[in-house]
Design a protein around this ligand. Structure first.
Ligand code: SAM
Length: 305
């Protein structure tokens, strides 16, 4: 299977198994072997690594990463595909197949997936976790975002195929239309890089939009500088709730029950953030500083109660 993922092969193999691609699961299979290799190579896998793949599909990428990583945990929601991949990859003894939804309640990671990752990590000294996947479009954001929230199993890198529009938002610079909460959440913890833009032709069936392979290298020094990840996450999401409003207006409205206008103005003046500024103009370190000032005030007030 590893070397055979062409449209003809896929159609024939799926017909034999009596199945068809299911669009609601984002089943767009990569049919360009060079690109499948590019994903696996960009992940820089070693035998010390535990690779997690979400969306086993027919197993073409799974087989490649299993040759490079120590162990692979691969998750597939579609029972038929999971079974087909298990048949194709029966000769590997370092792949754990989970047949289930990688997410719980659409937004959190599945408990079984988290437990399996924890168990595997505990079994290898100095184990590093890497996400390597051709992701289904509709779960890419919650998956990537959530993997950065769990301290003990944060991946050292994520090398994934996602919608190009999402990749643009992840790498966006301040002052651009794509810059927002996702850029600020990821760039505060990772160095993101677009490896390759891909047109719909490299998939079967073809999706309607362009895709991109993106590599996110986690920067643990940056991460350590965020004392309260959950607070920072909420803060950056709140900043972009009213994208058209000026920064001060957004902060006053979001924090109306927690901070007075005077406190907010003092913070903004202290950071030289006065005038007609919008959140989308602020660089990552500035937002981080702003978030910390707000957090500290709230912490002091909580203690005083
Ligand atoms: N890895 C294969 C490849 O590269 O050709 C398939 C990639 S395809 C874009 C995405 C795969 O993710 C599909 O096989 C789909 O069934 C699976 N999938 C979709 N939603 C999922 C979910 N919530 N949890 C786990 N797998 C999911």
């Amino acid at each position: 299977m590893v070397n055979r993922q062409t449209t003809t092969f896929l159609k024939q193999r799926m017909e034999e198994a009596g199945i068809r691609p299911v669009s609601k699961f984002g089943q767009n299979f990569l049919i360009d072997l060079n690109l499948v290799n590019m994903i696996a190579d960009s992940a820089n896998l070693t035998k010390q690594d535990i690779a997690v793949e979400v969306g086993t599909g027919t197993g073409s990428l799974t087989g490649l990463i299993a040759q490079k990583a120590g162990r692979v945990i691969t998750v597939e929601i579609d029972q038929n595909l999971s079974q087909l991949a298990q048949e194709e990859l029966a000769s590997f003894d370092n792949i754990i197949f989970l047949q289930q939804d990688a997410l719980r309640n659409k937004n959190n990671l599945s408990s079984l997936l988290i437990e399996t990752i924890r168990e595997e990590m505990a079994g290898v000294d100095g184990a590093r976790l890497k996400l390597v996947a051709n992701l289904p479009y509709n779960i890419a954001t919650p998956l990537i975002t959530n993997l950065l929230t769990l301290d003990d199993i944060v991946p050292t890198s994520m090398t994934v195929t996602i919608q190009k529009e999402l990749a643009d938002r992840i790498v966006a610079r301040p002052g651009t239309k794509d810059y927002g909460a996702l850029s600020l959440w990821i760039q505060a913890q990772c160095s993101p890089e677009i490896v390759r833009i891909m047109s719909p032709q490299v998939f079967w069936p073809r999706p309607k939009v362009d895709s991109a392979i993106i590599h996110l290298e986690t920067d643990f020094n940056k991460r350590r500088r965020i004392p309260d990840l959950a607070y920072y996450h909420r803060f950056v999401r709140n900043l972009f709730i009213h994208r058209r409003k000026l920064l001060r207006g957004v902060l006053v409205s979001v924090f109306k029950n927690e901070l007075s206008k005077q406190q907010i103005d003092n913070v903004l003046e202290g950071l030289n953030l006065t005038g007609k500024l919008r959140a989308e103009q602020l660089a990552v370190p500035v937002v981080f500083e702003l978030c910390e000032r707000f957090r500290e005030i709230q912490q002091q007030e909580d203690k005083a109660l």
